[in-house]
Write a protein of this length. Structure first.
Length: 133
């Protein structure tokens, strides 16, 4: 939850400032890795016979995977939407840099929103399990 919140905020600030951030991508990937570990641990608890009384917990626990998959798909399409039918190679180096920065900014925006949604879903999953708040 904390990693996704940190990645979402970091990315949103960098997006608003129009500054690409390499650290954002490391933080985001760490958050995604932690999410995978959390889902695996939850599945192991479920397999071992531990269940929650609230079925919503399972929904809030698995939706983040779908959110991340959807966001990654949108991120991949960012370059296509930004470049369109323009021949990238025919652009001047300055124009290429401008296009690349717009692509990175669009990707950061998409992934920041996804990380914030995942953090919110993690809070709800914790609340429905009875182990948070």
């Amino acid at each position: 939850m904390a990693l996704n919140l940190a990645a979402g905020v970091w990315g949103a600030v960098a997006w608003a400032r129009r500054q690409p951030s390499l650290q954002f991508w490391y933080l985001l990937r760490a958050a995604q890795g932690a999410l995978i570990v959390q889902v695996v641990l939850g599945a192991l608890l479920l397999i071992s016979g531990r269940e929650t009384d609230d079925g919503l917990h399972y929904l809030y626990g698995t939706l983040p995977l779908l959110v991340n998959m959807f966001a990654e798909g949108m991120r991949v399409g960012a370059a296509e939407r930004e470049v369109g039918d323009v021949d990238f190679e025919s652009l001047s180096p300055g124009e290429q840099r401008g296009v690349a920065l717009r692509i990175v900014r669009r990707e950061m925006g998409v992934m920041s929103v996804a990380a914030l949604i995942v953090a919110a879903l993690a809070v709800r999953a914790g609340q429905t399990s009875g182990h948070l708040f």
